[in-house]
Design a protein around this ligand. Sequence first.
Ligand code: SAH
Ligand code: SF4
Length: 351
Amino acid sequence: MQKKELIGLAVPQLESLVASFGEPAYRGRQLYSALYQQRQWDFRQLTPFPLAFRDRLERDCQATLPQVNKKFQSEDGTARYLLRLADGQRIETVLMPERARNTICVSTQAGCPVDCKFCLTGVMGFFRNLTVGEIVGQVLLLVQDNNLALDRRLNLVFMGMGEPLLNYSNVRAAIYLLADPKGIALSPARMTLSTAGVVPGIKRLGQEPLRPKLAVSLNAATDELRNQIMPLNRKWPLAELLRVCREFPLRSGEKLTFEYVLLDGVNDRVEDARRLVRLVRGIRCKVNLIGLNPGPELTFRTPPDARVLHFQQTLFDKGVPAFLRKPRGRDIFAACGQLKLTESQPALANT
Ligand code: SAH
Ligand code: SF4
């Protein structure tokens, strides 16, 4: 019989599991705290529990994290983990250490169905949604492997492989587990979810009592161009997307982030910047500009630095705060849009 995986289960599910073993509900809550607060995954070590209960857990259950298939270390400190899931699917998770904080970038799907033309994950296609345990497991694994403290210095971004809002219920449940003060206890204010613009998902997220900050990948300022580079724009065009962004209930001091990947000669002209300014007018926001991270199967190119700076300046001059996101771990293919299960380090010179 296949053992039941416990990582990813919340208190009510653990309570009913222990009830099926004939144990009182409070044992479910104790098990929850052992799994997520103490992170003790060897059931034999749970000495406060009666021996028979420990034996039962050992026999019927397991608490496992994704397996590290390979780990790549960048010159800039970024670490890219190629992980293997229980069914053999593979995903990637990235750790970006900085002096004052660490950021973990998690995947929410194996592959991605959205098919953006500038993204290697999109090019690779879609395999399946990740489970709650697989999303939470990526965080627990990187925390354990790097001895990270689960405190204010740890940031979490849902910007790895996949479109988080197309795996809404599992991503939502993972966020609630990760943010539970009685468990992993990460602050939701230190989490950011990035979406390519799944309009119903953005609406729903805005209604959640507990939610991460929102980033929306715009990448084009006209429907014509956006249809070409992000096919999901045909379903949810810019006017609709910007409407839900405008209605998104921001907390006090909170800003929405718009991401904009600059593609040489495609969306990086001054008139694109001006259009972008008009689109986001009236929304409390900032814009993160990302120079395209290159990839072997991509036809687009990274604009020269001067063009990127000019684009940024145009936004600034019109009162839109715009920041350049510096690429992390490009040498190990860990940067935005480069996650594609590359097992060796590809020679960028060939791209
Ligand atoms: N699916 C979500 C989150 C994952 S992608 C989304 O699209 O928002 C995270 C970010 O990487 C997005 O802002 C996306 O536009 C950007 N990105 C994708 N491919 C890229 C590339 N080749 N270079 C730079 N950024 C890229
Ligand atoms: Fe999917 Fe985001 Fe890549 Fe688009 S940019 S294909 S939504 S991961």
